[in-house]
Every structure is written in structure tokens, then in C-alpha cells.
Design a protein around this ligand. Sequence first.
Ligand code: 3HC
Length: 302
Amino acid sequence: MCAVPVDGNMAVMIKKIGVIGSGQMGNGIAHVVALAGFNVVLNDVSLDRLKSAMATINGNLSRQVAKKIITEDARKQALDRISSADSIDELADCDLVIESAVEKEEVKRKIFHDICAVLKPEAIIASNTSSISITRLAASTDRPERFIGIHFMNPVPVMELVELIRGIATDDATFDAAKEFVTRLGKQIAVSEDFPAFIVNRILLPMINEAIYTLYEGVGNVEAIDKAMKLGAHHPMGPLELADFIGLDTCLSIMQVLHEGLADSKYRPCPLLVKYVEAGWLGRKTHRGFYDYRGDKPVPTR
Ligand code: 3HC
């Protein structure tokens, strides 16, 4: 449990966590939060999406049991701590809500509008945005001082790092509570100032975008580019494989935020990335991106 001083005296205990969005980041966040002993309400727009997220969480917990990272008992307890909710109203009694919806500012703003209407005033709101200004998102809520960026990496159960980003108004109590919460999850923290894409994505996404330019200009094909970076730079995944893993729509959104936010042409999204997104080839989640995942093994699409 994490104690958050309110008005210098009262303390709010962080016991119940709401996670909004049950996609690959949201279900990973629910997974690690439940495993750390917190009760979680996982929210999404449809029961079908929630059902599929719970199946993914169960699959990933089972994988951890098979690898002897957690016990079978821990898997069962974690699953029991997660409840599904297709209405945001069911998050009303949460002490901390982590928004992990699609990387579109208008969608996030609508979520914050709806959640602020039901949430108790002392509750903290966090966004898992990959790139959007925490200060701007906070300003769309009724509690900018109790708003913070808690940015997880994919796959959440495996990656050690979480970035913490304070908005201009985030108060010390909220920052300290977020630090304590992330530590309870067993993750390491890197603190980032609130500038476009923070630290990891500011460095990682231009590298991925450059790999796509390398493909676009015909310097190498998909296989050559990924092989070069895996064997030549010891990256665990090639940049195009990683782009498919992150989601090409998310990659494009991050590049757009960098391009618009820093007004430097070096962040121009590669036209080939735009084309893949326009085709609906978003990577693994749609079974096609720089690789085609519909067969037994991934086949490069270029
Ligand atoms: N849940 C639980 N465990 C998982 C998992 C999941 N979703 N996915 C993989 N694992 C575990 C496996 O069980 C395995 O455990 P072990 O080491 O104990 O055997 C371990 O992770 C490695 O998995 P695999 O053997 O299946 O596969 P790899 O060895 O190829 O590793 C990887 C997979 C960890 C994903 C590795 O390829 C990697 O590190 N890739 C780079 C990931 C990365 O860069 N992420 C950051 C993206 S940027 C981001 O997320 C920010 C966002 O805003 C865009």
C-alpha cells in the first residue's frame, strides 16, 4: 500500500487501481499491478475486448509459471485480483487510475473528462502516454496537481523500466506516491522532464523511423535491416520487427508528436510508415506490418 498525503495531513492509501484500456500495454499493466498485490479494475469499451485481455493476461502469467518466475498460486491470486468493467463508473472507488488508451489526444481527453466526473477528489490520475505532453493532458482534468505520467515499456511483464513524468503542476505528494507505487511493482524508474516522447521514445523512435527510411530508400530489405541491427548492434529485436511489435500506428503518432512538438525536420515520419498505417497494416496486432504474421512464421512484406 502506498500512502499519499492530502493537504499535508490526511493520507490516501493506494489499494485499488483502475486501468483504462485493455490493449497490449493496458493488459500488461493490469498483469504486473495485480501480481504486486493490488486490486485492479480493468476497463475497456466492450466485454469482448476485456475477455480477450483476460485471456492474454492468463497466458502471460502461465508463461511465467512455466518459467518458474512465479508460482501457480501467485498466478491464481493475481487473476482473482483483476475485475473487468465495461463502464468507467466502476472505477469510482479507485485510488489511482492509469489511462492506457490509444495514443490519440482527443480520446484521452474524453476519458479524463468522464473519469473526473466519477472519481473521488483525492484519487490520482496517471497516463501511460508514449509521447503526449503530461502538462497538457493534466490541464484537461479537474486535478492537474494529482496527475502524472507513468510510462511502461512493452512487454510490461518483462521490461524493467518505467518512466515517471511530472507535469508542470504535479505536486510532490503525487510524485512520491507514484515512485513508491512503481517500486512496489519491482520496476526501475527513470525520471523524465515533460518534453515530447520523454526519454526512451525520443531516442528509440527516430532510430526506428530511420530504419524505415533505410527500407524506403532501398538501402536494405526488411530482412537485411533487422539482421544488421540484431547481429551488428546486439539489439534483441531488429528495428522493423520492433516497430511491428509496438504497433505502426503508435510509432507514427510518436513521430508526429516529435515532429510537431520540436519543429525539426529530422523527426519527419517516413512516408512508408504513413503508407503502412493507411493500409491498416499496423504490425502484429493486425497480423501484417513489415512482416506478415498470418502463416506459421513471420514473412517480410518487402
Ligand atoms: N509476459 C510475460 N513474459 C513474457 C512476455 C509477456 N508478454 N513476453 C515475453 N516474455 C518472457 C518470456 O517468457 C521469456 O522469459 P525468460 O527470459 O525467463 O525465458 C522472456 O520474456 C524472453 O522472451 P522470449 O524468449 O519469448 O523472446 P525473446 O528472448 O526474443 O525476448 C523480448 C522477447 C523480451 C520482447 C525481447 O525481444 C526484447 O527485449 N525486445 C525489445 C523490446 C523493447 O525494446 N521494448 C520497448 C519498446 S518501446 C515501448 O514499449 C514504449 C512504448 O511507449 C512504445
